[in-house]
Design a protein around this ligand. Structure first.
Ligand SMILES: CC(C)(COP(=O)(O)OP(=O)(O)OC[C@H]1O[C@@H](n2cnc3c(N)ncnc32)[C@H](O)[C@@H]1OP(=O)(O)O)[C@@H](O)C(=O)NCCC(=O)NCCS
Length: 177
């Protein structure tokens, strides 16, 4: 578990799943992904991260905002799961419920997950990636101090979505040489 001034990054609970599925079914929230997720796909995403945590000691956490809501979204680290010229690499990602956008929660939670990646896990570098038009996500990367490195075509995103072109940001551990 990781605590920040306003948030707790914690393991997933069964009661998070329907709330996460509602968020993943929302077309506005999912507008920079190929499609919204079904309940089964949303549950599979959470299950993948529960497995990733057991296998690697890091993954996307469920994020709680005490006094606000028991589940507001997910953020954390994962191995890049597709072939790319920058892989193997560990990426930071985030997905928050639309009700809680515009409060700095994604940046606050991701900064804590990154610090955990550098300090506890010992990573030397963390990347982030998103579809080129996803400016809210790119703004989070920039607020985290990440540097724009390259563009690439995401191999798993169909061209007809218009979202194939992605941008990669990098962040080195402050003391890494
Ligand atoms: C990407 C995403 C997490 C960004 O959410 P966000 O709310 O814009 O980002 P943050 O939580 O960091 O909040 C920052 C905003 O809160 C504002 N804010 C308000 N109160 C604040 C506070 N106390 N502290 C910090 N920021 C605060 C900031 O000014 C900023 O607004 P701005 O971008 O208009 O300047 C969100 O759009 C999302 O979940 N999208 C869907 C999933 C997705 O696309 N994920 C990325 C795929 S790679």
């Amino acid at each position: 578990m990781i605590e920040t001034p306003r948030l707790i990054l914690r393991p997933w609970r069964p009661e998070d799943l329907p709330v996460f599925a509602e968020q993943n079914a929302d077309p506005e929230t999912m507008r920079f992904y190929p499609a919204p997720l079904t309940r089964e796909q949303s549950d599979a995403y959470a299950a993948r991260h529960i497995r990733h945590m057991a296998e690697h000691g890091f993954a996307k956490w469920a994020v709680e905002a005490p006094g606000v809501a028991p589940f507001i979204g997910a953020t954390g680290l994962a191995w890049v799961s597709f072939e790319a010229d920058f892989a193997p690499a560990v990426e930071i990602g985030w997905r928050f419920n639309r009700r809680y956008w515009g409060s700095g929660y994604a940046t606050e939670a991701a900064a804590a997950a990154i610090a955990d990646g550098f300090n506890r896990i010992g990573l030397r570098e963390i990347v982030a990636l998103t579809a080129l038009p996803n400016t809210p996500s790119i703004r989070v990367m920039e607020r985290l101090g990440m540097t724009r490195a390259q563009e690439f075509d995401h191999p798993n995103v169909p061209a007809e979505t218009g979202l194939k072109r992605h941008v990669l940001y990098r962040l080195a551990r402050p003391d890494a040489s």
